[in-house]
Design a protein around this ligand. Structure first.
Ligand code: UD1
Length: 318
């Protein structure tokens, strides 16, 4: 019988795509989502769906009425900027929420948890590309909570006082993009923010000089990495960078997007504003560990992924 996977945050961008891939591969899936940013319509019809918060007992009890074999813990506040506006809310969702997931996993003896950690755990990299062995000194409040929750997860995996073995893997995800990333939410990720700007014919705003760079990784590649780790014992207790290994500047990103719409800087308004707090200037993942241990490779290069995302976005705005 196929395993039953709980996807927390499964109505959101990352979680809903992950759910689709799991179901396509034959897994049974339960989704829990409080719909703070997630949309019910994104949830695969074949998933069991529970609307509720991961900190809410009633909702969580409902989830565990059925036996869960694996947890994909993705639910969380996903915004660096919001973490500065409301650090207590960010802490509560990302850390207390994770502790609640851990408590339930212990209570119901769930043997396998995969956690959505973040590249923000690193802070300012010592060198590029970033290996998992580099120091972790987050510079945003969000980075602190994601890293903290990652440590709670991994420390639980090391506990020898539990009556069963909990195997944990954490993925430090770089900038994930693709279908269903919000075209309206200014806190959800720069690729869909810029695409949304162009579709609404609004100026694009670049915070800083645009020379800052990111490692963009397509959601399908991310889902493949996670799913390939479920039964891979070599991934137990480990942390993996999930990026593409390639660095793209924000200026380049603007040019690629404008070009895809047949536009350019000459006929489109691009505004430069002050750099935002907690911005990690240059980011690029070293993905050799995931390639080696998970036998994973990038299947959707940036150009292809951008084309697909723009095609989807144009359909949404039709
Ligand atoms: C992103 C995610 C974060 C995730 C992390 C690692 C968001 C909001 N943040 O952080 O959840 O954990 O990757 O995977 O999804 N920018 C502009 N103009 C805009 C929006 C952004 O210039 O309108 C700039 C930002 O200042 C930043 C870069 O683009 O320098 C990337 O921003 P963004 O995608 O929002 O988030 P990250 O900080 O990279």
């Amino acid at each position: 019988m196929e395993k039953h996977v709980l996807v927390t945050g499964g109505a959101g961008f990352i979680g809903s795509n992950m759910t689709d891939e799991l179901i396509q591969k034959g897994y049974k899936v339960t989704v829990i989502d409080n719909e703070s940013t997630g949309l019910r319509e994104n949830v695969n019809k074949d998933a069991r769906y529970i609307k509720g918060d991961i900190r809410d007992k009633k909702a969580m009890d409902k989830v565990f009425k059925e036996k869960i074999d694996v947890i994909f813990h993705i639910a969380g506040c996903a915004s660096t900027i919001k973490s500065f506006h409301d650090p207590a809310a960010d802490l509560n969702t990302n850390v207390s929420g994770t502790i609640n997931i851990i408590n339930y996993a212990i209570k119901y003896k769930v043997p396998r948890i995969l956690y959505a950690s973040s590249m923000t755990s690193y802070g300012i990299p010592e060198r590029l590309p970033i290996k998992e062995t580099q120091s972790t000194k987050p510079i945003s409040y969000y980075g602190i909570t994601k890293y903290s929750a990652e440590r709670y997860m991994l420390a639980t995996g090391l506990r020898n006082d539990l009556p069963f073995k909990m195997n944990v893997t954490a993925f430090r995800m770089f900038n994930v993009y693709g279908r269903r990333q919000s075209l309206e939410n200014p806190y959800q990720g720069v690729v869909s923010i810029f695409i949304g700007n162009v579709l609404r014919n609004e100026p694009i705003t670049i915070f800083g000089d645009g020379k800052q760079s990111r490692d963009f990784v397509h959601i399908k590649d991310v889902a493949n990495a996670w799913i390939s780790a479920i039964d891979n014992e070599k991934s137990y207790g480990k942390v993996f960078n999930i990026g593409s290994g390639i660095r793209v500047s924000i200026n380049e990103l603007v040019d690629v997007i404008l070009r895809s719409f047949g536009k350019g800087r000459k006929n489109y308004k691009v505004i430069y504003k002050k750099e935002r707090p907690g911005d990690q200037k240059y980011m690029q993942a070293d993905i050799s560990k995931a390639k080696k241990i998970l036998n994973w490779k990038i299947q959707i290069p940036f150009e292809k992924g951008m084309k697909d995302t723009i095609e989807w976005a144009m359909q949404v705005y039709k």
